[in-house]
Design a binder for this molecule. Structure first.
Ligand code: ATP
Ligand code: MG
Length: 361
């Protein structure tokens, strides 16, 4: 079977380090293995509009920001198709048909939608488009016959919903759609990276992010303002790792080579954690280390972004070409879907012949 990867991001802001460890870093690694027959990376503007209908300018402005972040992280248009969701009309058509296969109560049970409705204070005024976005996500995934979807943990219920739609469709209309598999980050810290406030997940909508394009001074300021262990007051006090954002970030970003480079008195992260828990290691020292780690991780990304920023028309042109390619693939799937659903009247000679016979008898 062909191996196809699909994933994407909402253009509601620049991408942050949560996106990076949750999905982006993995995509680039997978892209560079050469194991995939096709890779589709989608800027989900139509989905962003489901909760930003009154702010289209925000979505419009952030398309290029997300595209630049992609290129800066190493997504390569020669290896991956980067495209814009709204430019693929077949996705709307697929969503419309999938809507018949999902109940209102099933959507209401979706934990991610529930949490997001609460976060956005929608209460009784939930836009229908927002409520049904898990269905449109199923259209995105199935349109490209994706087998692998690398995403953060918050997307698990979406993938489950997609798989249910695939199973239902195939059982009602015959084997047509491909069953996708979710690919979660290997490391617990990367599944749902907390914001610098340590509270919820890092999210563009919550203003608790370190952005991939952030300048060094800003990164430093954010690291030093980070939440640690509130009971770790004096250096000698034993410190806790649970809920300690600085250590969560080290779990997500630290590589073995950073110890000899920035903190040679420790062998590895386990040794650093032991010392912190035992007492005698101050937060400032750990934060200084994390700052060095993040600066080392983000500097090449920021520099590459600046290179791509020099030719913005070329970035739009790349997205246009990607969208054209994506549309052709989605059109093929839609054709299969319509045939399976028996709404391909004009392509079906047997139907026309049969009906002629019926009326001539
Ligand atoms: P919004 O607030 O507009 O929903 P977001 O920051 O949640 O934005 P999305 O575009 O919804 O970002 O998510 C894109 C991808 O990044 C998804 O695969 C999601 O699982 C992953 N992701 C987002 N935030 C995190 C995070 N804090 N930790 C790990 N993965 C994340
Ligand atoms: Mg989100």
């Amino acid at each position: 079977m062909r191996k196809v990867m699909l994933t994407g991001d909402r253009p509601t802001g620049k991408l942050h380090v949560g996106h990076y460890v949750g999905s982006l870093r993995r995509r680039v690694e997978l892209q560079n293995t050469g194991d995939f027959d096709d890779i589709f990376i989608m800027i989900a503007d139509a989905q962003a509009l489901t909760d930003n209908a009154d702010n289209p300018e925000k979505v419009r402005q952030n398309i290029i920001e997300v595209a630049l972040d992609y290129l800066a992280c190493g997504l390569d248009p020669k290896k991956s198709t980067l495209f814009i969701q709204s430019q693929i009309p077949q996705l709307c058509e697929l969503s419309f048909y999938y809507m018949n296969l999902v109940t209102v109560s099933r959507l209401q049970r979706n934990p991610t939608v529930k949490a997001e409705i609460q976060m956005r204070n929608f209460e009784a005024s939930i836009p229908v488009g927002f409520f049904t976005y898990p269905i449109s996500q199923a259209a995105d995934i199935t349109a490209f016959k994706a087998t692998t979807v690398p995403v953060g943990e918050d997307q698990m219920p979406m993938l489950e919903q997609t798989r249910e739609i695939v199973h239902k469709f195939n059982s009602v209309y015959g084997e047509t759609l491909v069953d996708p598999k979710i690919l979660l980050p290997e490391n617990q810290a990367c599944m749902r990276l907390p914001g610098i406030d340590g509270k919820a997940k890092m999210s563009k909508s919550l203003n608790n992010c370190i952005y991939l394009s952030e300048e060094p001074e800003e990164i430093k300021k954010k690291v030093f303002s980070m939440f640690t262990d509130p009971t770790h007051i004096r250096i000698e006090d034993p410190g806790k790792l649970e809920g300690n954002t600085v250590f969560t970030y080290l779990d997500a970003f630290c590589r073995p080579e950073y110890f000899p480079e920035f903190l040679p008195e420790y062998k590895d992260l386990d040794e650093l954690k032991e010392h912190y828990q035992r007492g005698g290691l101050g937060d400032m020292k750990v934060k200084r280390f994390l700052n060095n780690v993040l600066q080392a991780e983000l500097e090449p990304i920021r520099n590459r972004r600046k290179e791509f920023q020099k030719d913005i028309p070329a970035v739009y042109e790349m997205l246009r070409e990607g969208s054209e390619k994506a549309e052709a693939v989605a059109a093929e799937t839609l054709k299969d879907v319509k045939a399976a659903m028996k709404i391909n009247y004009f392509d079906d000679e047997e139907l026309i012949k049969g009906q002629s016979k019926k009326f001539s008898d």
